[in-house]
Design a binder for this molecule. Structure first.
Ligand code: FAD
Length: 387
């Protein structure tokens, strides 16, 4: 009997891979190794509706409870991939069990970067799992004081959700503007104002000197010596691929380069989602794409490649964010752009910014314009840079 297809990582990319395999007629063995105790669930609500208390954890599951059983997908819950023995086509779990495979998908996602200064403080959080979100939620009380370190999308979403719950929020960011590396200084400043207007204390171009407290962070000392009182701290300083377990396998342990079908350099091994580095034809390099849509497309493309089918049509990478009820969408990659045009009214929170290179659109930011997305996607599809 064939060993079938094995998926390391029970998240979005792994789930979409299973669905595509079954939809395309694969009827062999299909197993998914899930480090968490829950079937695959959706992460975007962790910084939004779940954190706000507007959704229950059960509502996050990507499929109804019986879906895996009904579709012949064996879930190995609470089991952790620890090593890849590619020569023997086996995945070795933390508990020592060896699982043979004919084809393997690496879909272990990513993990938050640690803030070393926060180690050992029980009210210092990162946000990746439903449990992380529930623990942070329990700290968010009206009038409480939250310090968010890092003004990336996760940090800003948590700041927005916490403000809506009546929490006093300070955001500490080393760069001069939030999201400066993705959006540039001007649009980054627009995000800073969006949050200041809602009462967030934005501390830009500022670092952390020290965290003080006895078991819990009680005070954050900023560079320059100012002290900010703190009831809870969230470190939102980025993620790294959760692929350290690939050490010694022949594949890189810091994100796995893949082609359009999710194939890695090792025969029979594919990767998708945050763990993968898709090839960007316009930039001519493998680039991380740590967003929901990339995980969906990557999981689907890997399933197709496993079955010998062509990958679906390449589309520009895209992601969304929700802050203060405002839908924010980003498409494409602005790297290498030589001009930015603005349409609409940033003060009214209704605008589009389009990055161009040699007169062709390569990236766009839409604020408060959810219905403009399909049209903008069409404009960008002409561009060869896509994943
Ligand atoms: P994951 O969904 O993280 O799944 C990976 C799974 O593998 C996890 O369950 C993990 O426990 C498991 N795993 C890890 N290591 C092992 C191992 N060794 N063995 C077995 N299992 C393992 N994207 C957007 O586009 N828009 C948003 O608004 C947005 N909001 C987000 C908010 C939050 C708080 C977070 C955390 C992410 C958000 N994202 C958003 C990003 C999006 O959710 C991720 O890009 C997507 O979940 C990636 O899917 P994945 O399958 O690669 O990884």
């Amino acid at each position: 009997m064939s060993a079938g297809i094995l998926i390391a990582g029970g998240g979005l990319a792994g789930q979409r891979c299973c669905e595509t395999l079954r939809a395309r007629g694969y009827d062999g063995p299909l197993r998914m190794v899930c480090a968490e105790a829950h079937p695959p669930y959706d992460r975007p609500p962790l910084s939004k509706e779940l954190l706000a208390g507007k959704l229950e954890r059960e509502a996050l599951t990507l499929r109804p409870p019986r879906w895996h059983e009904d579709n012949g997908v064996e879930l190995l819950l609470g089991r952790v991939a620890a090593r890849l023995d590619a020569a023997a086509r086996a995945l070795v779990l933390e508990d020592g069990e060896r699982l043979a495979y004919d084809q393997l998908l690496i879909a272990t996602g990513s993990a938050p970067r640690r803030l070393p200064a926060a180690d050992g403080f029980e009210n210092a959080y990162t946000l990746r799992t439903a449990t992380d979100s529930e623990r942070l939620r329990a700290e968010l009380r009206p009038g409480g004081r939250l310090v968010v370190v890092g003004a990336g999308f996760i940090g800003l979403e948590v700041a927005a959700t916490a403000r809506a719950l009546g929490v006093e929020v300070t955001v500490v960011e080393a760069a001069a503007a939030p999201l400066e590396a993705v959006l540039g200084a001007d649009l980054g400043r627009w995000f800073a104002e969006l949050h200041s207007d809602q009462g967030v204390d934005m501390r830009l171009a500022t670092g952390l000197e020290e965290l003080r407290g006895n078991g819990r962070v009680e005070e954050v000392v900023l560079t320059g010596g100012e002290r900010v009182p703190c009831d809870a701290l969230l470190a939102g300083i980025g993620v790294r691929p959760a692929t350290a377990w690939l050490e010694g396998s022949g594949l890189p342990a810091d994100g796995v380069p893949v082609d359009a079908g999710g194939r890695t350099a090792v025969p029979g091994v594919f990767a998708a989602g945050d763990a993968a580095l898709p090839f960007d034809a316009r930039l001519g390099s493998h680039v991380r794409s740590e967003h929901w849509e990339a995980a969906v497309r990557g999981g689907q493309a890997a399933a197709r490649a496993m079955l010998g089918l062509e990958p679906g049509r390449a589309l520009p990478p895209s992601f969304w964010s929700d802050q203060y009820g405002l839908r924010i969408q980003h498409l494409g990659r602005s790297a290498g752009a030589d001009a930015v045009t603005l349409d609409g009214d940033p003060a009214a929170r209704d605008f589009a910014a389009v990055w161009q290179r040699d007169g062709r659109p390569v990236a766009a930011l839409l604020v408060g314009r959810p219905h403009a997305l399909p049209e903008m996607r069409k404009r960008l599809v002409g561009d060869e840079g896509s994943t």
